[in-house]
Write a protein that binds this ligand. Sequence first.
Ligand SMILES: [Zn+2]
Length: 313
Amino acid sequence: VILFALAAAAAFDFEAVRQVDARLAGIAQRLVTANAPICPEATPAPGLVLHAIDQYEPAYRPGARAAFGFAAPVAVETVVPGSAADRAGVRANDALVAVAGRRLDANEASATSSAHRDAAQTLMEAQPAAQPLSLTLLRDRRERAVTIAPSPGCRSRFELVLGPGLIADADGQVVRIGVRFFALYSDDQVAAVVAHELAHDILRHRARLDAAHVDRGLLGEVGRNQRLIRRTEDEADRLSIHLLRNAGYDAQIAIQFWGEEAPKIDGGVFRSRTHAGGRSRAKAMAAELAAIPAGAGAPYAPPLLRTRDEPLQ
Ligand SMILES: [Zn+2]
């Protein structure tokens, strides 16, 4: 979670933040593990969310320590129920001191706790996707070693963005979802948004738009830029249907969601010409679902995936 300056530190509800992070983590875990076989790169998906004390503004740190423990600068914020981490006995508020035998404070004692969290994340992602992952946790002032047998998952990070906007984006590494989605929509509906953003990353859209010198700013509304951005949006919609279906979500919920809610999402007027309207988005997604061969199991790898290494032109 990214915390921006907030009005009243004392009244801040840390458990509410944890609950929303847990919802995002649960959706992400389901999507990345079910789709690992069709993703370009797999990493261990243990099903835990790490956070660092310095993610919280100084005024909030006493409250964050009270709610989350932070016996070390990096700790487990939440564990996805039923995940590998859950089965191995990892619990929310366990502090993390080592990953795969590497202590987080060994190299740069002066580094920020966020840097240690990122290092821990990178270490976890660097382990072989389907091999046991060893962590050293600190709980009740005692270090304990746990071995997690993670499922492979698509390589992606997920972050919650605080603030009032219905913001969602994907930069090739991190899928970011606005907290507001969780206030307004069910998990099945939020999954439609997460799947759309994950689809952008699986199809390497950011890198391919950059390679094609596409301007994603205001000039994105113009000519060739508009045409190529629109194409990536249409593709993300189409692939999202498969990601959801592979993960056992009802794709019809996503089709209905975009049909009705699309005009409210994604920056409104500035994206008006780079995103199709809700109705035509829903229609294109329904067509994608209908085109899945009868009897195709899951995970199904649609032909669209073969375009991910092609230049956009
Ligand atoms: Zn998009």
